[in-house]
Design a protein around this ligand. Structure first.
Ligand SMILES: NC(=O)c1ccc[n+]([C@@H]2O[C@H](COP(=O)([O-])OP(=O)(O)OC[C@H]3O[C@@H](n4cnc5c(N)ncnc54)[C@H](OP(=O)(O)O)[C@@H]3O)[C@@H](O)[C@H]2O)c1
Length: 270
């Protein structure tokens, strides 16, 4: 029986690229996201490769739906070897500009969904004393980004969860890893929420982010998919993808200086 990978946020972008890559490597693929039509299209592409795929429409921010997702996946394939937590949304705005509902939505999707999937899959991994968990974070979980308080909080939470879980589960033969992308050329903007003090500021943040996608240093979803694959094959514990690793490394070594430079850039852009 072929091994099985379960990927959240698999209907497009990084999740879809990851699903196709793992399928080409011979894995059965369980696909989760809310949009059933898009998931179905990805499942068909995988079956065209000659591999089995199971699409399960799921809102991963809902613990009960995640429980059903893992149960259905195990009932169908009888095994899950790798869990890739990838579903995520973006929220731009300061603390004062974002509502409690905004915070709840972003923490639910970017953080709690990871907790839900891990809790459901863990008994299966512990029984086998094997398995890999990859949590897709962000460079915003390695360094603070201006006007992205809630997003960074959700991604720093993923970093903390991953690093601690790695210590906890290594003795049980379970591999845990974080993959932190920089900016990805995906349709992330489709679901992104832009908050500002008024419409003009929200719109200007949207345009800034759109402009960033045109830069040459932006990663492609396939780059992140390949990093996820390598991270599992080589049992890596953390990977920052692409040239943004220079910035996260600068922040790790010289946090005060890096933050000062970011403040100067913000002042210059006002
Ligand atoms: N794009 C970037 O610049 C960037 C930078 C750093 C880190 N990241 C991280 O990389 C990961 C992938 O990003 P991406 O750019 O590939 O995003 P994307 O193209 O927007 O895809 C996001 C995926 O998550 C799914 N999703 C969102 N909310 C969900 C929910 N409540 N339940 C189930 N699925 C949900 C979406 O499908 P449905 O809407 O159908 O549910 C979609 O399949 C995310 O964790 C993101 O935070 C992205």
């Amino acid at each position: 029986m072929a091994p099985t990978v379960l990927i959240t946020g698999a209907s497009q972008g990084t999740g879809k690229a990851t699903a196709l890559l793992w399928a080409r490597k011979g894995y059965n693929v369980v696909l989760a996201a809310r949009n059933g039509d898009r998931l179905g299209t990805v499942a068909r592409e995988i079956r065209d490769i000659g591999v089995s795929a199971l699409a399960i429409p799921t809102d991963v921010g809902d613990a009960e739906q995640v429980k059903a997702l893992i149960n259905k996946a195990l009932a169908f394939y009888d095994r899950i070897d790798v869990l890739v937590n990838n579903a995520g949304i973006c929220l731009t705005g300061t603390m004062a500009q974002t509502s409690l509902e905004d915070w709840q939505q972003i923490m639910n999707t970017n953080f709690w969904s990871y907790v839900y999937t891990i809790r459901e899959v863990l008994p299966h991994f512990l029984e086998n004393q094997a398995g890999s968990i990859v949590n897709v974070g962000s460079f915003g979980g390695k360094m603070p980004l201006p006007n992205m308080t809630a997003y960074c909080a959700s991604k720093y939470a993923v970093t903390g969860l991953t690093q601690t879980l790695k210590l906890e589960l290594a003795p049980q033969g379970i591999h845990v890893c974080a993959v932190h992308p920089g900016v990805i050329n995906s349709d992330f903007m489709e679901r992104a929420l832009f908050r500002g003090s008024d419409e003009t500021e929200s719109e200007s943040r949207r345009q800034q982010m759109q402009a960033m996608l045109q830069q040459s240093w932006v990663s492609q979803p396939e780059d992140i998919a390949q990093t996820i694959w390598d991270a599992v094959q080589f049992k890596q514990s953390e990977k920052v993808v692409g040239s943004i690793s220079l910035a996260t490394e600068a922040y790790r070594l010289f946090p005060g200086l890096t933050q000062w430079l970011m403040e100067q850039a913000l002042i210059a852009n006002r």
